[in-house]
Design a protein around this ligand. Structure first.
Ligand code: HEM
Length: 284
């Protein structure tokens, strides 16, 4: 049972959800807008399913899997559930990936010797061609560079887990129901875990793979770990590699003098004042 204070806190939290405060009005308006957009997309997929199928993407697969079984008119997932899945994938996959790319561009700019090394690797493997899956697998330096970027600028700097039963962590008893915050950014810069150079940028620490980069095999937590780790992590790495390869093939780049280094943690870690850069076309 919760204490009287906690109960009244909960009552206030719960009550607040329904009050037309300025913040709630904004939340409701945005929710309506996002739901409206997704509902329109889903409806148009359903309307054209006989001629064009459900679509060759994640939403298409989900609609296909949820199509009512024969002799039943009820889909396996409701419209609301499909919308929620779309929202989860969009929000989990968009800002995380885009900020990983921002920080990669930042670190490539501040480490021009690495920018050259990565460009040489890319040109050696695929010249100016669009990289294939096979090529992406061969880009060891690009892979190490992305991992080191994620270590120093993890798009999610904390995650939370709720204890499902009473347990003991590092000699501390944690009662069932306790919410634990896992400080990814702090763990990623811990000298006891990563060695004396934990604060330095060194992609070579990942030379022998993620599991051997630190003293603990699960020290790298940008995608979390275990059964509820990021389901999009392989996709995110492939996507980032394609983008970085195609930029390296075309441009050399450095930070604009206007850049001010202020990482800001608002759900995801982003450069507070953006990332103004100067790009030079390599064709010229
Ligand atoms: C650099 C890019 C990304 C990072 C750093 C990242 C990080 C994470 C982390 C730390 C979690 C665990 C969250 C938690 O337990 O609270 C997570 C979960 C998840 N991610 Fe990602 N993610 C990335 C890209 C993506 C992409 C591209 C997608 C989809 C295409 C995606 C879809 C998801 C989903 C659906 C979950 C929930 C999985 C579950 O609860 O079983 N993520 N991600």
């Amino acid at each position: 049972t919760s204490s009287p204070t906690r109960r009244s806190e909960l009552a206030t939290e719960r009550g607040n959800e329904y009050l037309p405060t300025q913040k709630n009005l904004k939340i409701w308006r945005l929710d309506k807008e996002v739901r409206g957009m997704l509902t329109d997309i889903i409806k148009s997929r359903l309307a054209t399913k006989d001629t064009m199928g459900y679509g060759n993407d994640l939403l298409g697969l989900m609609l296909e899997a949820c199509a009512p079984e024969e002799h039943s008119h009820e889909p396996l997932l409701s419209m609301d559930e499909i919308i929620d899945e779309c929202k989860t994938f969009f929000f989990a996959g968009h800002d995380t990936s885009s900020h990983m790319l921002s920080w990669t561009m930042f670190l490539l700019s501040t480490h021009p010797e690495w920018q050259q090394k990565l460009r040489a690797e890319v040109v050696g493997e695929c010249g100016n061609e669009v990289p294939t899956g096979d090529v992406l697998n061969k880009l060891k330096l690009v892979n190490m560079f992305l991992l080191e970027t994620l270590r120093l600028y993890s798009p999610l700097s904390t995650i939370q887990r709720k204890a499902g039963s009473d347990l003991e962590v590092g000699g501390i008893t944690v009662p069932k129901g306790t919410v634990l915050t896992i400080p990814i950014a702090t763990i990623h810069r811990d000298k006891e875990v990563w060695g004396e150079d934990a604060h330095e940028f060194n992609p070579l620490r990942f030379e022998n793979g993620v599991m051997r980069a630190a003293k603990h095999p699960n020290a790298f937590l940008s995608f979390s770990g275990g059964p509820r780790s990021c389901i999009g992590q392989n996709f995110a790495m492939i996507e980032a590699k394609v983008v970085i390869v195609m930029i390296l093939q075309r441009f050399s780049f450095f930070l604009s003098p206007k850049y001010v280094h202020v990482p800001m943690d608002v759900i995801t870690l982003r450069p507070k004042f953006g990332l103004p850069m100067v790009l030079k076309s390599l064709d010229m």
